[in-house]
Design a protein around this ligand. Structure first.
Ligand code: ATP
Ligand code: MG
Length: 166
């Protein structure tokens, strides 16, 4: 299913993030492209920057420091009342069945906000075809204690490249 999203993507963007700030700023820029009804599937190992990315999205959509995005493990689901509401799921500790039990399917269909899923591969069979897939990797060339991350975005939407100039 994730492969299907890749095949269907109209655009693929690749970034080498050099710091948490870079990852946040990338998300900040992407947030401007998002519309209600969009679903973002964040996929990547522990500590690759998924939550950091969500923090950038939330800031980009106009919610400041008053409610910081928390690290996932403790919070399964948060709603951020930004200019467009963000529904943030962290699926690390749950499976597809749990996700359905907490109303996940309804959220995946909502037109009232943007849905962001960490560990989205856990619900890969449920993802809508217009899901924006974002993969996070530790840099292949360096040890884990460095700040390098590769971020690859597959979007079914026609986003322009110039939007992402740094
Ligand atoms: N380029 C980078 N982008 C994002 N985070 C980075 C980067 N370099 C270092 N970090 C650090 O890596 C950690 C990323 O943590 P974060 O919680 O965002 O990861 P995650 O993918 O959500 O992990 P988890 O799977 O546990 O939810 C943070 O401590 C952050 O400071
Ligand atoms: Mg996380």
């Amino acid at each position: 299913m994730l492969e299907e999203l890749k095949k269907r993507a109209r655009k693929k963007f690749e970034f080498l993030s050099t710091s948490p700030l870079y990852t946040e700023e990338l998300a900040f820029k992407i947030s401007r492209k998002l519309n209600c009804g969009n679903v973002l599937a964040l996929v990547g190992e522990l500590g690759t920057g998924k939550t950091t990315f969500v923090r950038g999205l939330v800031k980009g959509l106009g919610m400041g420091k008053e409610r910081m995005v928390k690290s996932p493990t403790f919070t399964l689901f948060s709603i951020y009342p930004a200019s467009k509401t963000i529904y943030h799921f962290d699926l690390y500790r749950i499976d597809e069945e749990d996700f359905i039990d907490i109303g996940g399917l309804e959220y995946l269909q909502t037109q009232e906000g943007i849905v962001v899923l960490e560990w989205a591969e856990k619900v890969k069979l449920l993802l809508p075809m217009n899901t924006i897939l974002i993969e996070f990797f530790h840099s292949e060339f360096s040890l884990r204690d460095t700040q390098k991350r590769k971020i690859v975005i597959y979007t079914p939407y026609q986003w322009e490249d110039e939007h992402f100039s740094f």
